[in-house]
Write a protein that binds this ligand. Structure first.
Ligand SMILES: [Fe+2]
Ligand SMILES: [Fe+2]
Length: 297
């Protein structure tokens, strides 16, 4: 089953790319790729202050601990140096930096964390290079969601939730429109980062089998838990965020080996990642007043 657009996809210049109701079949996406509006391509590390911003973000808790091994940072910079994006894709990062700073930081950190998790789990250089091509743009489709909805602190209406949920399909369209191959990891991760390995995700409920995309999906959940969000007064503490990931892995929603790597990177002694022991003891504090998933009507 292919996703379809519940809402139209527009560029930042308000140009209609595809109307609401379009099914994103391989043929339709192929047409979008062929009409690609690619401008100048730039290395990620050369655009605005992305490199500086990532380095700042990884020096704040809990990422400072995760990235404290010095070899992680050169790896990250190397990934960035290898990845090039069309200027239109990079401009979406500038848009988020100005309009919704949390979404900007979230995309950078999912990119950074995915890089180190992928290195441990899928060490082949080719795969890391492919991951770097996903870059910090998995939520690019959120340019089609009004900023008031992205920043809303009270429950979303069903209509607003539908518009927000459309961001993964919209991101798939945009990544293809801006010149990526449909099967490129950047396009697929934009489309599938809310799908789950047991088929319980969105938008299609397809079983997520692509390991690189699943790494992005799990890092996406982790960062969403530990970072500020408009729908709750405080973030999950790191312990409770990890407990949430372990619970999801125990249910089969996400892969335990990916969670195990994140747990290992959070341990001071950093045991061999693949064999890191997982505790089921509940010691975290789940934040009160979380309205995620609550609808207003
Ligand atoms: Fe997303
Ligand atoms: Fe995300």
């Amino acid at each position: 089953m292919e996703p379809f657009l519940t809402h139209s996809v527009f560029t930042l210049d308000n140009e209609l790319v595809l109307p609401a109701g379009t099914e994103l079949s391989p043929d339709r996406i192929g047409e979008i790729s062929c009409s690609a509006k690619t401008g100048k391509w730039l290395k990620l590390s050369r655009f605005d202050t992305i490199e500086k911003d990532i380095l700042e973000l990884i020096s704040t808790s809990p990422y400072d601990s995760i990235f404290s091994r010095t070899k992680q940072i050169p790896l990250l910079l190397k990934s960035m140096a290898e990845s090039e994006f069309s200027i239109q894709v990079l401009e979406t990062l500038r848009y988020f930096k100005e309009m919704d700073y949390h979404t900007y930081c979230h995309q950078l950190m999912v990119f950074a964390l995915s890089g180190i998790v992928a290195r441990d789990l899928i060490p082949e250089h080719e795969n890391i290079a492919r991951l770097s091509m996903a870059g910090p743009v998995h939520d690019i489709g959120k340019i089609c969601v009004p900023i008031e909805i992205l920043k809303k602190e009270t429950p979303l209406t069903i209509a607003e939730r539908d518009l927000l949920d459309n961001h993964s399909a919209a991101g798939y369209v945009l990544m293809n429109y801006y010149g990526r191959e449909p099967r490129c990891i950047g396009s697929v991760s934009a489309r599938d980062h809310h799908e789950r390995r047991d088929g319980s995700g969105k938008p299609t409920g397809r079983m997520l089998k692509n390991r690189l995309v699943e790494i992005i999906a799990v890092c996406d959940i982790y960062d969403a838990l530990i970072s500020p969000r408009p729908y709750r007064p405080i973030s999950y503490d790191n312990r409770s965020a990890i407990e949430q990931l372990v619970e999801m892995a125990d249910r089969g929603t996400i892969s335990m080996d990916i969670v195990r790597i994140i747990v290992a990177h959070n341990r001071k002694e950093r045991p061999c990642n693949i064999h890191c022991e997982i505790s089921r003891e509940k010691r975290g504090t789940i934040p009160q007043g979380n309205i995620y998933g609550v609808t207003a009507d």
